[in-house]
Design a protein around this ligand. Structure first.
Ligand SMILES: *[C@@H]1O[C@H](CO)[C@@H](O)[C@H](O)[C@H]1NC(C)=O
Length: 500
């Protein structure tokens, strides 16, 4: 009958042995061994910032990896027990950085507008995104019929198309033609929407606020690059001993992958962006000139694609001329992506996963990283990432407070896109597409899109000043008549054709 007690006792003693191994009653000590005292000294007191940074750089001074590792070993031997745990904790905390992009959350439906409207602000947002994506990859996120939230601000006067085409005509026509007709009326309706939006010139406020927001974005980037600079100099990566800019390297890598990811994330391979503004008054166009709605081309888009070099003679009449101060964007996108684009999307996703793994490994293996420095880096980088996102949303909301800055049309084929563009080209508007400036359907000048400010600052750039171009041409004509600088006009035109 003694058996159960035996089992119980052995179980009890076994448990006791285990618990004793973990919690030996701790007897407070009075005197420390020299090594323990050093450990306490290291942990106590303030961080000597310059000594900390200099130690990291002194370890790296050797001429070879071997010397660097030798000095790192020596430095680690001097580190006390308490500091060891501090350093391990700091390295662990820093592994939050590679996840910062994910902390910011999925891209919101407004974010692509930032990039479309002010490309530089979009780029700055990408630099602040710490690997997060700002371009939505769902087609639904680009649907203009769904209201954008704009962080609480709604565009006050939404543009709605009027003049619905009568549908009775379709009865006698075959199926294919009905679709064509519907597309056609769709294009007309959209053109009408564009015309109405162009008439509504409100929201011409100065864009000073946007410039200020971009300046803040730039400051935020600098604000986290500086603490990173010191953190990377003071801490040494064991498997990458001699290089000090390892944090910056990670940041560049993560940003490069994020930018690539953002550029290919949009679910459209083909998309045309048109800057639209009202036609300046007081312009006289040569009426014999060819229009981009030339019937020899299937549609105006084909005409643009054929790459016309046409610089038309414009004259300004002597009545007061006015040139529009604001413009807005019309974007026509063909739904669907090409196989190459799809492959690029997969590549971008693979790249970001690889960089995520690499970043975590890098931060986790940082040695002699002080906890104060790690917290300083985290406190500056994480809020900067969040603030970058908030600022981008603010830019969208302040640009669309009064009016829709962007009209987006998603179509099914390039041919349909051509029809939509054709319908817009028939209107009496000033359009800019791919560097061509089109007034009332005729190309008046062409520049390479890389040389137009709109490519970089988007909506902040004023519409192309056709009036001053016309004034120049008129003056050129006048001087050439009076034997003056005969070549002025032709040199200007020659210059333009060079840039195309
Ligand atoms: C430490 O670095 C110095 C150069 O600063 C080098 O001469 C020395 O050999 C290194 N020590 C070891 C143990 O490699």
């Amino acid at each position: 009958m003694a058996k159960p007690t035996l089992v119980l006792r052995s179980l009890f003693s076994y448990t006791r042995v285990v618990s004793a191994a973990n919690t030996v009653p701790f007897a407070p000590v009075q005197t420390l061994e020299p090594k323990q005292a050093t450990s306490v000294d290291q942990e106590e007191g303030e961080l000597d910032f310059s000594n900390w940074v200099n130690r990291g750089m002194a370890i790296r001074t050797g001429g070879s990896i071997h010397e660097c590792l030798g000095n790192l070993t020596a430095a680690l031997d001097l580190v006390g027990k308490l500091n060891e745990f501090e350093y391990a904790g700091a390295a662990g905390a820093l592994t939050l950085l590679p996840t910062a992009g994910a902390l910011l959350g999925a891209p919101t439906r407004e974010m692509w507008i930032v990039y479309k409207l002010v490309p530089i602000a979009g780029l700055l947002s990408m630099l602040l995104s710490l690997g997060g994506s700002i371009t939505p990859s769902n087609v639904g996120d680009y649907d203009p019929d769904e209201p954008f939230s704009y962080g609480g601000f709604m565009p006050t006067n939404a543009v709605t198309a009027t003049g619905r085409a009568p549908k009775s005509r379709r009865t006698s026509i075959g199926g294919d033609d009905v679709e064509h007709l519907e597309d056609h009326t769709g294009a007309q309706k959209f053109a009408e929407e564009v015309r109405q939006r162009a008439d509504d010139d409100s929201g011409a406020g100065t864009y000073l606020r946007i410039w200020a927001a971009m300046a803040v974005q730039l400051c935020l980037i600098v604000a986290f690059l500086i603490p990173m600079y010191y953190a990377q100099r003071g801490s040494v990566i064991t498997w990458w001993c001699r290089s000090w800019p390892w944090m910056w390297f990670w940041y560049c890598l993560v940003t490069a992958v994020a930018i690539f990811d953002n550029l290919v994330a949009a679910p459209f391979t083909k998309s045309w962006t048109i800057r639209v503004s009202r036609t300046p008054t007081g312009l006289i166009l040569d009426e014999t000139l060819r229009k981009i709605t030339d019937p020899r081309y299937p549609n105006a888009l084909e005409y643009i694609k054929a790459g016309p070099v046409m610089n038309q003679r414009l004259r300004v009449s002597h009545v007061a001329t006015s040139y529009p101060r604001t413009c807005f964007y019309v974007v026509i996108s063909v739904q669907g992506i090409s196989p190459v684009h799809a492959a690029a999307q997969v590549l971008a996703k693979t790249g970001s996963v690889a960089v995520y793994a690499f970043g975590t490994a890098l931060f986790a293996s940082a040695t002699i990283m002080s906890i104060s420095i790690a917290l300083m880096v985290l406190c500056l980088v994480l809020p900067a990432g969040v603030a970058g996102r908030v600022i981008a949303m603010w830019i969208v909301s302040s640009m669309s407070q009064q009016n829709k800055p962007i009209l987006h049309k998603m179509v099914r084929s390039e041919e349909e896109a051509g029809r939509y563009f054709h319908a817009i080209a028939e209107l009496d508007l000033q359009l800019e597409i791919k560097g061509h400036v089109i007034v009332n359907g005729s190309i008046v000048t062409s520049r390479h899109s890389w040389f137009t400010p709109a490519t970089y600052i988007g909506l902040l750039a004023k519409p192309f000043d056709v009036v001053s171009l016309a004034t120049k041409t008129t003056r050129g004509l006048a001087t050439s008549n009076s034997h003056g600088t005969f070549y002025t006009g032709s040199i200007i035109r020659w210059g333009h054709s060079l840039l195309v």
